[in-house]
Ligand binder design. Structure first.
Ligand code: AMP
Length: 397
């Protein structure tokens, strides 16, 4: 059985066709610069062969049309016929409080998705455009929405209500939602498999450390706390996002720099974080190289990131009353042994004892803690596409 997984951004579209018998992708690719000059589709076959198509791609419908054309092209051999696709799973960024799990898309779900646009004006409209395009291009094939926020809907009010007048939660939906839920859910399920214990008995701290980064406290398979908030800006300092700030800084900078609301939004999302501190790059590989070459600002960016992660680990262990396993995932979490070592340093008070030799892995699913470590330390490559495909299959079987 084959599932098409789609992740539509404002000007991009990522896709994978996953064979659910093997759980491996049989085709995948990326459309970039949708609606802009220089649109391009990069398609990869199961063998890894890459084809690049440069052509005008005006909108998401056109992009999906082009993707389907490559998927059924005899020379790439992914599908003989579009009807081989059992269902389509869409990544949807924001499900607000309306969606605490994935859903089969129907007319009332579409209405509810539109209601969530206010909460994610940049992300939800392209997600909806992708769904509409698929409904047009693949009538009769079920579509499922899988939300980044859904996994965190198990948080308690004491975790998600901010110190604002309560009416602002009621009127505007201002609360902590949390993101990266699909990734946190996937790695927590894999952790239970690796640890050979039921998820319901585990206290886990999942560190999704990539260009966007968030941490979640997961008890019994349920998200209790997470570091991102009303938007993905909150929590850890990230590649280009500031992370948590004293809120007064926002108005102070707006006054001093004469920034409009849009400029301030762009500033906080795209010009801050490790990029802003280091002044070099948002990419942790570049920052590591610069730090080795003596840039003290690059070193400071790495130190702040490490320190932020450690603070969340400590606080989440306190909230859960302990931790059975720490999970590292995403670009930095999976591939940066030095960062993992820094984060786990002097954490034996929590039972965390990293095995520095085992820790030299990159991108593999492995336990990197010492045999006698009370808290296991796991590196688990995330696979949001597979998680979306699994949810989609479950709901459309
Ligand atoms: P993601 O958003 O999950 O794709 O992660 C992207 C981030 O992971 C970028 O900042 C990369 O620099 C970082 N990353 C990828 N590979 C490595 C590596 N080998 N060492 C350090 N950082 C890495």
């Amino acid at each position: 059985m084959k599932i098409l997984v789609l992740n539509c951004g404002s000007s991009s579209l990522k896709y994978q066709v996953i064979d659910m018998d093997t759980r491996n992708p049989i085709a995948k690719g990326l459309v970039e610069r949708i609606g802009l000059q220089g649109s391009v589709l990069t398609h990869r076959t199961a063998s890894g062969a890459k084809e690049v198509f440069k052509t005008e791609i005006k909108n998401h419908t056109k992009a999906i049309e082009l993707v389907i054309k490559q998927l059924v092209a005899p020379e790439y051999g992914a599908l003989k016929d579009l009807n081989e696709i059992h269902a389509v799973g869409h990544r949807v960024v924001h499900g607000g409080e309306k969606f605490s799990k994935s859903v089969v898309i129907n007319a009332s779900v579409m209405e509810a998705l539109k209601d969530c646009i206010e909460l994610a004006p940049l992300h939800n409209p392209p997600n909806i455009a992708g769904i509409k395009a698929c409904q047009r291009m693949m009538p009769g094939i079920p579509q499922v929405a899988v939300f980044d926020t859904a996994f965190h809907q198990t948080m308690r009010p004491l975790s998600y209500i901010y110190g604002l007048p309560y009416e602002y939660y009621e009127k505007y939906g201002i609360r902590k939602y949390g993101f990266h839920g699909t990734s946190h859910k996937y790695v927590s399920q894999r952790a239970a498999v690796l640890l050979k214990k039921p998820l319901s008995e585990l206290k886990l701290i999942s560190c999704h450390l990539g260009n966007g980064a968030s941490i979640a406290a997961i008890r019994g398979g349920k998200s209790m706390e997470t570091s991102m908030g009303f938007t993905p800006l909150d929590g850890l300092m990230m590649g280009t996002r500031s992370g948590a700030l004293d809120p007064a800084i926002v108005t102070y900078i707006m006054c001093r720099e004469q920034f409009s609301v849009d400029q301030m939004n762009d500033f906080l999302n795209n010009k801050c974080g490790a990029l802003g501190v280091s002044g070099i790059s948002s990419d942790f590989r570049d920052i590591e190289v610069a730090a080795e070459q003596g840039s003290h600002r690059a070193q400071l960016a790495l130190d702040i990131f490490e320190h932020d992660v450690r603070q969340f680990i400590g606080s989440y262990a306190a909230v859960m009353g302990g931790v059975d396993a720490l999970i590292f995932t995403a670009g930095v979490g999976e591939n940066a042994p030095g960062m993992r070592a820094g984060i786990c340093k002097n954490m034996d008070f929590l039972g965390i004892n990293l095995d520095l030799e085992k820790n030299q892995v990159r991108g593999e699913e492995v336990d990197v803690s010492k045999t006698n470590s009370r808290c296991r330390v796991l590196v688990i490559p995330t696979n949001e596409e597979l998680m979306i495909a699994l949810d989609t299959l479950e709901l459309t079987k």
